[in-house]
Design a protein around this ligand. Structure first.
Ligand code: SF4
Ligand code: SF4
Length: 256
């Protein structure tokens, strides 16, 4: 299935939610995981999504996340499947670390044998345990890809649409965080999961702006991913940086 076009065009990162929900409740969560309905991906659906997206689009890295991915009861099996489908790309798993001390041996073995690296997000909630979590990962001989300092959050949502979607998209660092969700590919988490916000607050603010991964060619998908989404008109590049805190489920906490 490798074509010249595929080989010539590479993107940084594809991400896949294995669950939408989370065991933390952060103010302004960029994946809307604190206001979504619980969802966990079925193993077959995971396999289908990862297979088709990596067959059609050339990515350097696959990131498994959520929500909190350790809430998926078969996370070890999903890690095995991911490596089997993608033998040659970097695979990482983003976690807030809360559940790491409870994870069973089969989880650690799966990360180790599949060379899946952990991206650890440390929030003030887990800051005191941070060192212990890092030691635990090392003890299980799993590599750490990076550690994200979650003390600050960046809010980028505007209240109203503006006319500079293209310019905002060009200057946006989230545009490389492509999402594969239920057979559609999205340029960023806001485009993929903005519907959770719409549903929770009963709004029509975000568009479900994804491309059907099955019906479109590599070239069509590449062109789609290389331009702004209507959702970019809801973002600003001059957002608000806030200190991490718990969400109170207020619509305005997403506003920059
Ligand atoms: S830990 Fe991450 S996914 Fe969970 S609520 Fe916080 S920002 Fe969202
Ligand atoms: S909608 Fe556009 S501007 Fe907003 S986060 Fe996504 S890519 Fe960036």
């Amino acid at each position: 299935m490798y074509t010249d076009f595929y080989n010539k065009h590479q993107f940084e990162r594809i991400e896949i939610h294995v669950v939408n929900h989370c065991n933390l409740n952060c103010f302004g969560c960029a994946h809307f995981s604190n206001i979504c309905k619980p969802y966990e991906i079925e193993i077959k659906e995971f396999e289908k999504n990862v297979s088709i997206v990596t067959e059609k689009v050339n990515y350097k890295l696959l990131n498994i996340l959520g929500g909190e991915p350790l809430l998926h009861p078969n996370i070890d099996i999903l890690c095995d499947k991911a490596r089997k489908i993608c033998p040659n790309i970097i695979i990482t798993l983003t976690t807030n670390g809360i559940l790491l001390p409870q994870m069973k041996e089969k989880f650690w073995q799966s990360l180790k044998r599949n060379n899946i690296q952990i991206r650890l997000s440390i929030y003030p909630y887990t800051m005191k345990k941070g060192r212990k979590l890092i030691d635990l990962i090392h003890k299980n001989e799993v590599k750490i890809w990076d550690i994200w300092d979650g003390r600050k959050f960046y809010l980028r949502k505007t209240k109203y649409f503006h006319n500079n979607a293209e310019k905002t998209w060009k200057n946006c660092d989230a545009k490389i965080c492509h999402q594969i969700y239920k057979g559609k590919l999205y340029i960023c988490p806001i485009s993929a999961y903005g519907n959770f916000y719409n549903n929770y607050f009963n709004k029509n603010f975000y568009f479900d702006d994804g491309i059907d991964i099955y019906k479109n060619s590599s070239e069509q998908i590449y062109n789609f991913l290389n331009k702004s989404s209507p959702n970019c008109a809801t973002c600003t590049n001059n957002g608000r940086v806030i200190n991490w805190k718990l969400s109170t489920f207020n619509e305005e906490e997403w506003d920059a």
